[in-house]
Design a protein around this ligand. Structure first.
Ligand code: ZN
Length: 231
């Protein structure tokens, strides 16, 4: 049985659905074997629609894609947090370097060698500090007590720390109403100074109070102080 292309085109949808008769099926197959034009039409009909095809192909990917996106977001978040911490750390180090941040030494790292009176009446506090990389901070309490607090620099490393260092702190008390005194050695103290302590306030050691008798400084100490002060 030979059918025209027009008839085959009519039959093809039913053929594709498998709803045509066996007779029609045989006729369609016979025609398709010989007619390239109707074969192309048949191929087009039997292929799923492009939209359906893409949706079917993409469907199994959805959960993977979702998970991937989530992972990417988590990674970005973690990266952001890490960068933030790094930034803060760098900032703190820079601030610490800028301020030369230091920590108070404990009393066991400080030896008070002697407290003496220089020939001009100045008070000399001679310390040995078991930490070469140190500075002395002066802190006043509200009741006019001076604390000499040796500090260890946070950014001191290696041999610097273990050597230990001599420290001479020299003060004189200003006569009431005066703001400076000519020719005196050391740092002026206000006339209302109540005491001088060494060490952090909680375990500080009293080294001088007004009216206290001090032993005179040795000539060596006098010379050393003069040299240090550049006289
Ligand atoms: Zn045909």
């Amino acid at each position: 049985m030979t059918l025209s292309c027009v008839v085959i085109e009519d039959l093809l949808p039913a053929y594709c659905d498998g709803t045509c008769t066996a007779e029609s099926r045989a006729a369609v197959e016979e025609h398709l074997a010989d007619c390239p034009r109707c074969r192309r039409f048949y191929t087009a009909l039997s292929r799923p629609l492009p939209l359906e095809a893409s949706r079917e192909a993409a469907a199994p990917l959805h959960p993977v894609e979702k998970q991937w996106n989530k992972k990417k977001r988590v990674d970005l978040f973690r990266g952001g947090i890490a960068m933030l911490f790094l930034g803060v750390a760098v900032f703190l180090v820079l601030v610490a370097l800028q301020l030369n941040v230091s920590l108070p030494l404990s009393q066991e790292d400080i030896v008070i060698n002697q407290v003496t009176e220089l020939s001009d009446g100045s008070i000399n506090v001679d310390l040995w500090v078991d930490d070469a990389a140190h500075s002395i901070s002066y802190q006043w309490s509200e009741d006019h007590v001076l604390y000499l607090i040796p500090q260890r620099s946070i950014f001191a490393f290696g041999d610097d720390i273990s050597e230990g260092r001599q420290s001479n702190e020299t003060f004189y008390v200003l006569p009431k109403g005066e703001t400076e005194a000519e020719g005196k050695l050391g740092i002026p103290l206000p006339s209302d100074v109540k005491a001088i302590y060494v060490g952090p306030e909680k375990d500080a050691v009293l080294v001088w109070q007004p009216g206290q008798e001090l032993p005179p400084a040795s000539p060596e100490v006098e010379q050393r102080i003069q040299a240090e002060k550049g006289f």
